[in-house]
Design a protein around this ligand. Structure first.
Ligand code: PMP
Ligand code: GLN
Length: 388
């Protein structure tokens, strides 16, 4: 393993999901639903396979049906206009979109500012690109970014801001005033921005951001941002098919062409039949999206009150399907050690946020639980945690 990757090891998701399987625990670690998405969408994938649509290499940028559906989605929800031929690229999940974006746009030594805790592939992909990550630490209790600190992190080497809102693992959702300040900073310093919006349909109605419409605001909709932003999303979370790995990028033709150049040599193309099914999914009525969000909000409330009753300090998320907690109220201080012992102690698996931090002291005692599980499963997990 080269020097860029030696510290990367095995992802925490693989480690903790293996532990869940080995101990038969309830897995509230890795974020994947325990119920598949809509039957009609699954049927569309099966139909595509049987009808021979997409079983051979689909077009490099993605099948035209999906690229068009992505542009319709961006218009319907955010009023953003993209050209399906030149401004959309289909990828193997958001994960590949992030990798291809960073590999395409960064020179070795470039600095990338990203919120920490960060989704773990960010650190690995910045390292693979030979670039340098510069963390902006989000702190308890509300994990809002300190915009003065953000400004102070910009140097002549800063090339790109890598943002994620709704934010995994904290559930923080950037507010319009914060997005606007970030946009001004990017314009002022001529920075590129990549925004990871995979939880775009999970901004809860009772949060500050959820009170306005649309609840999620893409940074690309702010002045000066359309031309410098690579917006990234995927079907996994919104449609509860995380195994399909269909993602996409929307950006200007120049930026999409750059990202496509990298994507060509990573996977060349992404799974064909699933692309047709995701095109159908993106076109579902608004009621699918609002019901999905309301269901997850109920599950959030169930898990949040259960975790609080079990003694955790709970940071109520405004979005995503994760709850970050602090275990110091349980008389514990090391989240990694806590998560490694939790399955044998009570048959529940969680994720230690510390692995998502460079500044480990800021996250040492944080533990993340996902609530994208059936209510009975969440209830059983809470019962077990209360016995700790
Ligand atoms: N970004 C964030 C913030 C995530 O939580 C995830 C996990 N799903 C991804 C990207 C990766 O998405 P995908 O499964 O579409 O590759
Ligand atoms: N995004 C999911 C999470 O944060 C799963 C990611 C993964 O398995 N790489 O839990």
């Amino acid at each position: 393993l080269n020097r860029r990757l030696t510290t990367m090891g095995t992802t925490i998701f693989a480690e903790m999901s293996a532990l869940a399987a080995a101990t038969g625990s309830i897995n509230l670690g890795q974020g994947f639903p325990d119920t598949d998405g809509p039957r009609a969408v699954a049927q569309a994938a099966a139909d595509a396979i049987l009808a021979g649509r997409g079983n051979q290499y689909p077009p490099g940028p993605g099948v035209p049906e999906l690229r068009t559906a992505v542009t319709e989605h961006q218009r319907r929800w955010y009023g953003l206009e993209f050209d399906p031929d030149s401004e959309v690229l289909v990828t193997a999940g958001a994960t590949e979109a992030i990798a291809a974006t960073l590999l395409a746009l960064l020179e070795p030594g470039d600095e990338v500012i990203a919120f920490e805790p960060f989704y773990d592939s960010y650190a690995a992909c910045i390292a693979m690109a030979g670039a340098v990550r510069v963390p902006l630490t989000l702190r308890e209790p509300d994990f809002r970014p300190d915009l003065d600190e953000l400004r102070s992190l910009v140097t002549p080497r800063t090339r790109l801001l890598l943002l994620n809102s709704p934010h995994n693992p904290t559930g923080m959702v950037l507010r319009p005033d914060e997005l606007s300040a970030i946009a001004q900073l990017a314009v002022e310093h001529d920075l590129l921005v990549a925004t990871d919006e995979v939880y775009e349909h999970l901004v809860f109605e009772d949060s500050a951001a959820g009170a306005v419409s649309p609840a999620h605001l893409p940074l690309a909709s702010f002045p000066g941002m359309r031309e410098r932003t690579v917006s990234i999303s995927s079907a996994g979370k919104t449609f509860s098919f995380t195994g399909w790995k269909v993602g996409w990028v929307t950006a200007t033709p120049e930026l999409v062409a750059a990202v496509r150049t990298a994507k060509q040599y990573l996977t060349y193309v992404s799974a064909g039949p699933f692309q047709y099914a995701v095109a159908d999914a993106l076109r579902m009525d608004d009621s699918y999206f609002t019901t999905f969000r309301a269901e997850l909000q109920r599950k959030r409330d169930l898990l949040a009150s259960g975790l609080a009753a079990a003694g955790f300090e709970v940071f109520r998320p405004e979005g995503t399907y994760f709850i970050t907690t602090d275990i110091r109220t349980m008389g514990e201080k090391d989240g990694l050690e806590f998560c490694r012992r939790l399955p044998e102690r009570c048959g529940v698996v969680a994720i230690p946020n510390v692995v998502f931090y460079d500044n480990v002291e800021a996250g040492r005692s944080q533990v993340r639980f996902t609530f994208c599980k059936q209510e009975a499963v969440l209830e059983e997990a809470v019962e077990r945690l209360r016995r700790l």
